[in-house]
Design a protein around this ligand. Structure first.
Ligand code: NAD
Ligand code: GLY
Length: 360
């Protein structure tokens, strides 16, 4: 098993990474726990619920299960309220532990339920998508959506452990693997040029979920994310670099309608757009733009952005949470392995939009 430690003001915790780890989730339960609630959705519970319940039984605690409907459209205050109601009806106290079994939707929503139920109870992330294993389960961003915006209601609240079973990726649809790999290569681009080159060399193994390759990619991604959130838990500075490509991605998701492209697919395309923008504003080499485009294509994500019209593109990017006083900030790279955020000249942005939407 690999262990990556996360250390923040909001808490220190281990990320355990291993095949078959679902069978050991019970060992992450603290001794003073009164009861455990395993929260999942029917898709994931149907595949892995019984294995996790069995493993939790080893802790000797009372175990409950609760399912919420599957999908981003249920990451709402209504579903959250159904969790609170269930917790209250079953009289869970402040020493109860929530175990979140699923992708980023389950993890984000259970995290926010844990952050707010009785002013905060402990929770464990058991992420089952690649995107959740390398990104959303680590670092304590929890949230639900509001009709006026994605992830607009939430809190920074750290789990007490993240248990990653690499075997569960075998049942993920191929598009979800590609979407998770976009976040993996993002870490190389912002912080680790050697890791980016390793991803280039191992892309076929990664897509095929080769055990050794995918475990290393998850471990390295978690190490890099742990480094960033331990420096800047609440995104007052450095953490913003984790959003490389995301300003473009959010505009794609909102412009096409959420769910048309997966979030990670939009991030993949956004990485290409961020590379093009970096070439215009901070000297990112043209040859490296092509390396980014080739790797994003090789993981199976789109590399041509949808033509939303430049006015719509800019309008959508201004709604981004990172915009300050209407000014859009972009994460850009002077070279592979280095990133910072800055405002950019409007003409450069328009040229990049023109080039990356294929309407030159
Ligand atoms: P998701 O949670 O919707 O999961 C995708 C689909 O895969 C779902 O239908 C799910 O039931 C299914 N699934 C999950 N595990 C499976 C498995 N092992 N086998 C088969 N099917 C499986 O999507 P996601 O991409 O994991 O997460 C997206 C969410 O994460 C968004 O709401 C986004 O806002 C959030 N997010 C949060 C952060 C953060 O830092 N907190 C970062 C990135 C994304
Ligand atoms: N997914 C970006 C972050 O956790 O900050």
């Amino acid at each position: 098993m690999s262990i990556v430690n996360v250390s923040t003001e909001g808490g220190n915790y281990p990320i355990h990474i291993a095949p078959n780890l679902l069978k050991q989730v019970g060992t992450s339960i603290p001794p003073d726990t009164t009861s455990i609630v395993l929260i999942s959705n029917p898709t994931v519970f149907g595949l892995y619920g019984n294995t996790v319940v069995k493993s939790l039984e080893a802790s000797g605690k009372q175990i409950h299960t609760f399912e919420v409907p599957d999908g981003e459209s249920y990451k709402t205050l209504e579903t959250l309220n159904s969790i609170y109601t269930w917790l209250l009806e079953h009289r869970l106290d402040r020493r109860a532990v929530i175990v979140a079994l699923g992708g980023g939707v389950i993890g984000d929503m259970c995290g926010f339920a844990a952050a707010t139920y009785m002013r905060g109870i402990r929770f464990i992330q058991v992420p089952t998508t690649l995107l959740a294993q390398v990104d959303s389960s680590v670092g304590g961003k929890t949230a639900v959506n509001h009709p006026m915006g994605k992830n607009m209601i939430g809190a920074f609240y750290q789990p007490i452990a993240v248990d990653i079973d690499t075997n569960v990726l075998a049942t993920l649809p191929e598009r979800e693997i590609a979407a998770g790999l976009a976040e993996v290569i993002k870490y190389g681009l912002i912080l680790d040029a050697d890791f980016f080159a390793w991803c280039e060399e191992n892309v076929a193994k990664l897509r095929a979920l080769d055990g050794e390759a995918i475990s290393y990619a998850i471990q390295r991604s978690c190490e890099l994310k742990a480094y960033v959130v331990s420096q800047d838990e609440k995104e007052t500075g450095l953490r913003a670099i984790l959003n490389l490509g995301h300003t473009f991605a959010h505009a794609i998701e909102a412009g096409l309608g959420f769910g048309t492209w997966l979030h990670g697919e939009a991030v993949g395309c956004g990485l290409v757009q961020a590379a093009e923008l970096s070439a215009r504003v901070c000297g990112f080499p043209a040859a490296d733009v092509e390396r980014v485009r080739a790797l994003v294509a090789a993981i199976g994500c789109p590399v041509t952005a949808p033509d939303l019209g430049s006015n719509k593109w800019v309008e959508l990017m201004q709604i981004d949470k990172k915009a300050e006083g209407g000014k859009i900030k972009f994460v850009v790279m002077p070279q592979i392995g280095q990133a910072h955020s800055q405002t950019v000249p409007h003409e450069d942005l328009l040229l990049v939009l023109k080039k990356t939407t294929g309407i030159e």
